[in-house]
Design a protein around this ligand. Structure first.
Ligand code: NAP
Length: 682
């Protein structure tokens, strides 16, 4: 049977029939698929993204796109076994593929949830605060983030054909950017299978995601300033693409995630009898063998105190010797193959270069492979090197063997450990294994300047640690210098990177209209109806209530002290209070807050279902006995998260601006309250 020809998915059509390059199974060398010879029309792809994708995505708001992402993630979970099956050709074990398949789908879920929790029901993300720019409060400034109106080209490395695309697609989709994904050719058959699942699901709007198999041709020449390019791969390719003339000419943002020589430092306080010593060895060994070391975050440099080098090497070798290598389909196999035969040749060459300056402690011997036909596979032994002369070793800080390869380097003192880490010239991640919090406090800030992420590992964190090598959707991924200088993931930060941030100036009324959020000083809407009596659909931003007044008495303070148990001297000790900043006894801030709620609440049952918190609370001015307070409540922001309760009743989130002022009109307390408000209909 001939291997299928992969197809690009451009402008809603599958393109490609003529086979070009054969892609071989990493396990047994048999042909798995072929790339196609036809050259996609990249002008058509860009045109489709701009003319069809951009408006199709703009028909949804941030919240609706988050809901679509969730639906897609749920669907892909039902199809995950098909993806695991095809992923096996890359030489991955089930655990390796889990990172790619379920890690990728999990990233969609994470972005769906972050979008739902943090983004508005519109396509304008307001990034406050609103700043007064004039003395009279009539001219202000703020920032908004909006979809760029262009497209995103995502170029990925071969090691995570699913996660690589999805972790870039998810924030782009939320940001309203149609995407053109370009997986690395070697494992593009896995990404093509993913794209087929996505297309068949029919969940995404037309033009949201196109796929290129093979070369990007003239694609980068067709981009302009509305577009973005993100790249994951080798530092050499990143360096080349970063200076692409058209990207420079049009200031097209280019985000790079490149290879890096990540380190793990064993701190001087850890002895071979400590659990941390074993944790260190386990982490290094795991990072060497997971995905056969083909992780951009893998530990390439194990930096340990010079007098511990032999102990670390001994335990690492004992561990690595137990790694069963072969076809992951065979029971007991713990490490599979490299993703391609080209990769195997590259890693062998890199080991040879490293070995010119370091001795091979493990991996030089014959490799006993498990499985049938594996002699033709792209296997390689876990390989541990030791650079005994740390001062003279240079290759270990320069050569990335993108496989199960790590080098142990000894250091004399902390300063040298930091200097060695820095010689990697910028890394995605570094680990520090220590049981001493003072050591962590000293070293982490020094290491942070050259790392995108730092894991501090000891017995307490180890119980739940997600490990050195796992980028998480909540935390930023990307490092300085050699690691590419880019940033991805990190929750909603990634979405913000892909939006256009614009400063907007104008009157409060104009800023409120533009941002979709009430801005103090903007026109308000006051009617006979209490805003708490409005259903979600009926409530308008700016609907406002000015309450009656209340004079704060000594009895209020005494009663509040009794109810809360808060007898702080500032409220109860006349003599001590005279010596304070305020010169007299003042009401509890929380009393002011509670009294304000009493002023603005509409007590009977109504559409306000719950008050679930408050934001931005400030007690601006003290409230002494005899102060008369008054509250203003104004609908500030509405978010329709499309949630319904178990009875099918819908509700939305409403944030209310609350100002509490005294008899002089001065602000005494200021905050937003967050409520759930019922809809008239589900
Ligand atoms: P690569 O050779 O740099 O290729 C990366 C991607 O760039 C591939 O899709 C490749 O396509 C494409 N590409 C190459 N030349 C191009 C050009 N002139 N124009 C447009 N696209 C081009 O890297 P790789 O071998 O696939 O991946 C391994 C490397 O990636 C390792 O060094 C690893 O450390 C790094 N990596 C980094 C991260 C991270 O997050 N920082 C993650 C994973 C991997 P073709 O395959 O078709 O050539």
């Amino acid at each position: 049977m001939t291997a299928p020809t992969l197809q690009s998915h451009i402008a809603g059509r599958w393109i490609g029939a003529e086979p070009a390059q054969t892609l071989r199974s990493a396990i047994n060398g048999r042909a798995v698929a072929a790339t196609h010879a036809e050259r996609p029309d990249f002008a058509e792809a860009c045109d489709h993204a701009r003319r069809v994708g951009v408006p199709a995505l703009a028909r949804f708001d941030f919240q609706q796109r988050a809901a679509l992402l969730k639906a897609l993630a749920k669907h892909l979970m039902t199809r995950k076994e098909a993806l695991y099956a095809i992923s096996a050709h890359t030489g991955a074990t089930r655990a390796d593929s889990w990172i790619d398949v379920e890690g990728g789908i999990g990233t969609l879920f994470a972005y769906a949830s972050a979008g739902s929790n943090e983004l508005p029901s519109s396509n304008v993300l307001h990034e406050g605060p609103v700043l007064p720019l004039g003395k009279g409060g009539q001219f202000m400034g703020t920032h908004i983030l909006v979809p760029r109106g262009g497209l995103a080209v995502h170029i990925n490395a071969f090691n995570f054909p699913i996660w690589g695309l999805l972790e870039k697609f998810a924030p782009s989709f939320l940001a309203g950017l149609p995407c053109i994904g370009k997986p690395a050719t070697a494992t593009s058959y896995v990404t093509e299978a993913l794209q087929r699942e996505i297309v068949a699901a029919g969940i995404l709007p037309e033009g949201a995601l196109q796929l290129v198999i093979g070369s990007t041709g003239n694609l980068l020449d067709l981009l302009d300033g509305r577009d973005v390019v993100t790249f994951t791969g080798s530092a050499a390719t990143a360096a080349k693409l970063r200076v692409h003339p058209n990207l420079i000419a049009h200031s097209v943002p280019f985000n790079a995630e490149a290879d890096s020589l990540n380190c793990a430092i064993l701190a001087p306080d850890v002895t071979p009898d400590d659990p941390e010593f074993d944790l260190y060895v386990k982490e290094v060994a795991r990072e060497m063998t997971a995905k056969a070391g083909q992780k951009c975050t893998a530990i390439r440099r194990a930096i340990v105190p010079a007098h511990r080098v032999d102990a670390v090497v001994e335990r690492l070798v004992a561990r690595l010797a137990k790694t069963v290598v072969g076809d992951p389909a065979v029971e007991g196999v713990r490490m599979g193959a490299l993703a391609s035969h080209e990769q195997q040749a590259d890693v062998r060459a890199a080991i040879a270069r490293l070995a010119e300056e370091a001795e091979v402690a493990f991996g030089a011997g014959e490799l006993a492979l498990q499985g049938e036909g594996v002699a033709e596979g792209a296997f390689i032994s876990p390989t541990l090197l030791v650079a005994r002369d740390a001062a003279r070793a240079t290759r270990v800080h320069e050569v990335e063997a993108f496989g199960p390869v790590s080098t142990v380097i000894g250091y004399a003192d902390e300063d040298e450990a930091v200097r060695l880490a820095e010689r990697g010239r910028g890394s995605l991640v570094g680990s520090l294994v220590t049981k001493d919090s003072a050591t962590a406090a000293r070293l982490v800030p020094r290491l942070a300047s050259l790392h995108g992420r730092i894991l501090v590992l000891e017995r307490e964190a180890a119980v739940e640690s997600t490990g050195h090598g796992s980028p998480l959707p909540q935390l930023k991924h990307g490092g300085p210098g050699r690691a590419g200088g880019g940033e991805e993931l990190g929750g909603i930060r990634a979405v913000k990177h892909l939006l256009q941030r614009t400063a907007v100036q104008g009157s409060p009324t104009m800023l409120a209209a533009v941002t979709g959020e009430y801005v103090r000083g903007a026109a308000r809407i006051e009617t006979e109806v209490h805003p708490f009596r409005r259903h979600f659909e009926d409530l308008r931003i700016g609907e406002s209530l000015l309450t009656h007044r209340r004079t704060v008495t000594e009895a209020d303070i005494v009663n509040f002290g009794g109810v809360s148990g808060d007898y702080f001297y500032m409220h109860f000790d006349d003599i001590a209070a005279k010596d304070t900043l305020f010169g007299q006894r003042i009401a509890h801030g929380y009393f002011v807050l509670s009294a304000a709620a009493g002023l603005f609440v509409s007590p009977g049952p109504g559409p306000v279902l719950a008050n679930y918190g408050l934001d931005n609370l400030r007690f601006v001015k003290p409230v002494p006995i005899g102060t008369t307070i008054q509250a203003r409540l104004t609908a500030k922001r509405k978010i329709d998260r499309m949630k319904v309760d178990e009875k099918g009743r819908g509700h939305g989130v409403v944030a209310w601006d609350v100002e509490v002022r005294d008899q002089d009109g001065d602000l005494v307390a200021s905050y937003d309250i967050l409520t759930l408000v019922a809809k008239r209909s589900a």
